[in-house]
Design a protein around this ligand. Structure first.
Ligand code: FES
Ligand SMILES: [Fe+2]
Length: 371
């Protein structure tokens, strides 16, 4: 049956993709001279900011005997492990001092590294680059060089507002992502009297096209039954409003709405925390309504409501998934989910063979569904 695909048939090592930037913590929660714990892709991390506010991320396990480094002492420059006092430079993880060494012992301290991860602050979040796993025998590896900068939200004017919200989802990264791109759950999960009812369900037709590492729902006039667009119509001619939605590996969903000189842009990520947990972070930027104090709050309220509805649904779904049921993906409503699995497979295959990634979308495609 070619129209059925079984998402759980993925090889288990294909679940969480390395070699990408991931959002670790909201920037306003990472404080100077303090240590914070975070987990990404099952890797325990300790994050902080040095004396001048520069963020850093280390593996939260001392390379000596595994003591969590977040229990150590941090002076704004070096982190001292709480067990035997080894000290590490927080930005590259290099060992600076082993207090137990006597002057005639010539162990090369500077060859020892605590795992250190490239770290960048971007649009309200501290991002961490998770490299491909290196050869075993850690403890002697300097930090990886990320191939590019951490992702940024696209902005179309100098002045804008920025807001974020987060939700923990007790499902694997794959279910988190396909839940995010799934067009058919809207009328059932996101009902509200001020938004839409199940009766508003109608046939939709959308064009998609391949883009590097992902796909785009091509620029179109947004659907008439969604709230941000209803608001936007107060500002601009309905026909001048266009929106594009991109998905790019490993986990980036970008939505851009433009109406004349006004714009609204969001970058939503689904971050793998462990094999069975992920977290959704929505960061939005906009130049609309900047002078109306009430509208940004309303928008945040609408988004928070949405994300909470998704979170609650996935919490329930996790119950059903516990017993590893057989699942299916149907055309056309689940086609984006199929593309996601195909993109992942193509990415991993390209990496394995050292060749160019073969994009699963041959060209533009039109999908139809009712929602
Ligand atoms: S475990 Fe960290 S210094 Fe020994
Ligand atoms: Fe949703």
């Amino acid at each position: 049956m070619p129209e059925l695909d079984l998402p759980q048939r993925q090889a288990t090592d294909a679940l969480m993709l390395t070699g990408f930037w991931y959002r670790a913590l909201p920037a306003d929660r990472v404080h100077r001279n303090r240590l914070h714990k975070a987990t990404l892709l099952d890797i325990p991390l300790v994050l902080g900011r040095d004396r001048i506010g520069q963020p850093f991320a280390l593996r939260d396990a001392c390379p000596h005997r595994g003591m969590p480094l977040n229990c150590g002492k941090f002076d704004g420059e070096n982190l001292e492990c709480g067990y035997h006092g080894w000290q590490f430079d927080v930005h590259n993880g290099q060992c600076q001092l082993i207090p137990s060494l006597t002057p005639d012992q010539n162990l090369k301290v500077d060859r020892i590294y605590a795992g250190s991860y490239p770290c960048q602050e971007q649009d309200a979040f501290v991002w961490v680059f998770i490299p491909d796993p290196g050869p075993s025998g850690a403890g002697f590896t300097p930090p990886a060089e990320p191939p590019e900068e951490a992702p940024q939200i696209e902005k179309f004017s100098g002045k804008y507002k920025l807001a974020y919200l987060q939700a923990d989802m007790p499902v694997s990264i794959d279910h988190g992502i396909i839940g995010l791109m799934d067009p058919a759950h809207g009328p059932f999960v996101h009902q509200a009297w001020w938004w839409r009812s199940p009766h508003s369900i109608h046939e939709k037709k959308k064009n998609f096209e391949p883009i590097p590492g992902g796909f785009r729902m091509s620029a179109h006039t947004p659907s008439s039954n969604s709230a941000p667009y209803k608001l936007l119509r107060l500002y601009a001619d309905a026909d001048s409003i266009t929106t594009t939605i991109d998905f790019v590996l490993p986990n980036l969903r970008t939505e851009t709405i433009r109406a004349g000189k006004y714009w609204f842009s969001s970058l939503t990520t689904v971050t793998p925390i462990s094999r069975s947990h992920c977290r959704i972070d929505v960061v939005a930027a906009w130049n609309l309504f900047r002078w109306v104090p009430f509208v940004p709050n309303l928008l945040k309220f609408v988004f928070a409501k949405f994300v909470e509805q998704d979170r609650r649904t996935m919490e329930l779904q996790a119950e059903g998934l516990k017993h590893n049921p057989h699942l299916m993906l149907i055309d056309d409503a689940d086609r984006p989910a199929k593309w996601y699995f195909q993109l992942k497979a193509a990415h991993l295959e390209a990496k394995r063979t050292g060749t160019e990634m073969k994009h699963p979308l041959p060209g533009p495609v039109t999908l139809k569904w009712r929602s």
